[in-house]
Design a protein around this ligand. Structure first.
Ligand code: TPP
Ligand code: MG
Length: 340
């Protein structure tokens, strides 16, 4: 399965833009203009980009808080990401959550669920719906290696396997779950080897090699779409910054960071493109300038948006399908009636 030059440029563009947005957001946080926390995807960009580009337009994806590139691939605009970061009224969840805990069903993106790894059982349900409706569609979801030690993870993988649903499960093994190193999270050598215990396909891939990630994800998406069932893919990578912006991550050994710094996924693809005669300093400078313009314009547009209104705090929170529900009011009392 070979990638065209345009495919490779697109992988490079999405990884670079993702990092430019994160750097812009980091600077914004330093100016006190962010609402809530900022999580990092720095060094892990190959995984969301390589995987999301393997999906078709009507497939559905449930990303996690490090997967900015996956949102971009699905068409989320940078200004929408900054509107979310700034907690604006017109953002994905109207200022009610922060970070990349955002989604857009029109683009097939299920918003991140904070309780880990609960996006996974939801994705199993989405994939099951596709199978029951006889639709040739695929669901994909992402989780860290830390979440694979929870009961919900094992139940969901088992259910996906037994029901043989069209699902691709991406584990981003970045070596750490907050301050807990991988060797204190599980005993087996790999996450991928668990696939055979559940009777499904599994693969382990260098998570900092975007082309390898993409090829592995594409095979899994094709397997799922053609009735071959779920796949568990372990992408081996490293979290290069703290868990979130408030975490200095002093617990990470500097030599571990140094060993991974030379395997940066963006640098690696650029070096390959240069070696193949497809990239040079001029193209690099033009892309950096283009991305700076995109990020600056996105921040300005988001900053000019309206802030949420306190009276809207319950909007979009309760059922609105006409069913009778208990509806909390802004003064804290409860009314019973048609949902708001
Ligand atoms: C059930 C549950 N327990 C704890 C947390 C708090 N928490 C948020 S992120 C995180 C670390 C997750 O590590 P991992 O799954 O490896 O993902 P990573 O952050 O490394 O990408 C924890 C413990 C949570 N969100 N949900
Ligand atoms: Mg982790």
């Amino acid at each position: 399965m070979s990638l065209s030059n345009d495919d490779r440029y697109a992988l490079y563009h999405y990884m670079r833009l993702s990092r430019a947005i994160e750097d812009g957001a980091w600077a914004l946080a330093g100016q006190g203009r962010m609402v809530g926390r900022l999580y990092t995807g720095h060094g892990q960009e190959a995984i969301p980009v390589g995987c999301a580009t393997a999906l078709a337009a009507d497939d559905v994806m449930a990303p996690m808080y490090r997967d900015m590139g996956a949102h971009l691939v699905r068409g989320m605009e940078p200004w929408e990401i900054f509107a979310q970061y700034m907690g604006k009224r017109g953002s994905s969840n109207a200022g009610k959550d922060s970070g990349l805990h955002m989604g857009d069903m029109k683009r097939g993106i299920i918003g991140m669920i904070s309780v880990l790894p609960d996006s996974l059982p939801v994705a199993v349900g989405v994939a099951l719906a596709f199978r029951l409706r006889d639709e040739a569609r695929v669901a994909m979801t992402f989780f860290g290696e830390g979440s694979t030690s929870t009961g919900a993870w094992h139940e969901a993988v088992n259910m996906a396997a037994v029901l043989d649903v069209p699902l691709v499960m991406i584990c981003e093994n970045n070596g750490w779950a907050l301050s807990t190193p991988a060797e204190r999270e599980f005993r087996g050598a790999t996450i991928a080897e668990r696939a055979s215990a559940y009777g499904i396909a599994g693969a382990r891939v260098d998570g900092n090699d975007v082309e390898a990630v993409h090829r592995t994800a594409r095979e899994a998406v094709e397997r799922a779409r053609s009735g071959g069932g779920p796949t568990l893919i372990e992408c081996v990578t490293m979290r290069m910054r703290g868990h979130s912006i408030i975490d200095p991550a002093e617990y990470v050994p500097p030599e571990q960071l140094a060993a991974w710094a030379v395997r940066d996924p963006i640098d690696r693809l650029r070096e390959r493109l240069v070696a193949d005669g497809l990239w040079d300093d001029g193209r690099e400078a033009a892309m950096l300038a283009e991305h700076k313009g995109i990020v600056d314009a996105a921040i300005d547009r988001a900053a000019a948006m309206e802030d949420p209104h306190p009276q809207d705090v319950y909007e979009g929170v309760f059922a609105s399908d006409g069913q009778t529900t208990d509806t909390a009011t802004s003064d804290g009392s409860t009314t019973t009636g048609a949902g708001a």
